[in-house]
Design a protein around this ligand. Structure first.
Ligand code: SF4
Length: 323
């Protein structure tokens, strides 16, 4: 079975003859393709700044936490207090008990909560219990001023490092928000960017189609494919573009899960196209027609609209053009 691309479905839906004539064309890099490259680059930058933002946020958290602990240990070396030592023993034991309780009920709660969250909670509770037990010991010991001051200086250095990473986080946040505003994308993680060379092709063996959406975003409501159109902005989403987007939605359904909707983006204008059975049926009937055309070689214009021919990129070689 010959695989049909989502791009071919778009051409066929515009005019079957346009698709048929395009089969003889050699691929050439148009202005639209160049524009797509720029958008893909932007999307990759967006993806990178989102990842780095998250990474630096964690680094800031770890460094600030470490700086606080080091500073407190330093203080506990400077001041000696048996009362505080006892308080920390009790608090440390409490945190340890919670960690043990989580471990004991792990299987039960892991069904309700996420396993990763449970594991993180266990680590945090054990870590805090350990830190408090260190305080219990150091507050009990006689003062060690030199060590205490050295730890305060170390804490300051860690705090400076944390501030440096905070600066990087804020810069990435700014960049992330700027690109997000420019691309006007829904909230979520970009899991796929079509850069025309490196991105894997999405295929459906069941329907015999393939394609590469411009973007695939994992939103709260599911995976959302995005098709970005360059050039003139139409008054509404074009049927051929809706068919192409539906092909991507079908591919997402086959490769990931059923998408709630897809996005058609014409410059700053965005259309949400709901994915439903009716749309899927229309797409499948188009694919069926295309297979018949491939077998018979009989393909003709299916409209009487001169305006369509006027905008058609194959009008110069078309024997059935209307204008
Ligand atoms: S010129 Fe008109 S009939 Fe010919 S392929 Fe284009 S849209 Fe179809």
């Amino acid at each position: 079975m010959e695989y049909i691309s989502a791009g071919d479905i778009e051409k066929y839906s515009y005019c079957p003859l346009s698709w048929w004539l395009s089969r003889k064309e050699r691929h050439k890099e148009s202005a639209g393709v160049k524009k797509h490259r720029e958008i893909s680059e932007k999307a990759r930058e967006y993806q990178k700044s989102a990842t780095e933002k998250k990474k630096f946020e964690n680094v800031v958290l770890y460094y600030s936490f470490a700086a606080t602990v080091i500073a407190l240990v330093g203080i506990s070396f400077i001041y000696s207090s048996p009362v505080l030592s006892r308080v920390f023993i009790v608090v440390s034991l409490l945190w340890l008990l919670v960690a043990i309780y989580i471990l004991w009920r792990y299987e039960k709660y892991a069904l309700i909560w996420n396993r990763k969250i449970m594991e993180r909670m266990m680590v945090v509770f054990s870590l805090v219990a350990t830190v408090f037990s260190i305080f219990a010991v150091t507050f009990f010991l006689p003062p060690a001023y030199m060590l205490g001051y050295a730890l305060e200086i170390a804490s300051l250095i860690w705090l400076i490092v944390a501030t440096y990473f905070l600066n990087l986080t804020l810069r990435n946040e700014l960049k992330y928000n700027e690109i997000k505003k420019e691309l006007q994308l829904p909230d979520g993680e970009i899991v796929y960017v079509d850069d025309l060379e490196k991105s894997p092709i999405l295929k459906s063996e069941k329907y015999g189609i393939w394609g590469r959406p411009d973007l695939l975003i994992k939103t709260k409501s599911g995976y959302v494919p995005v098709e970005i159109k360059t050039g003139r902005i139409p008054k509404g989403p074009l049927f051929s573009h809706i068919m192409q987007l539906t092909a991507y939605m079908l591919l997402v359904e086959e490769n990931y899960e059923t998408p709630p909707y897809g996005i058609l983006k014409y410059g700053p204008v965005i259309y949400k196209i709901d994915y439903d059975e009716d749309l899927k049926k229309i797409l499948l009937s188009k694919i069926k027609e295309m297979r018949v055309a491939i077998m018979t070689g009989e393909v003709h214009r299916n409209h009487h609209r001169p305006g369509k021919c006027a905008h058609c990129s194959r009008r110069d070689i078309c024997p059935e053009r209307l204008s």
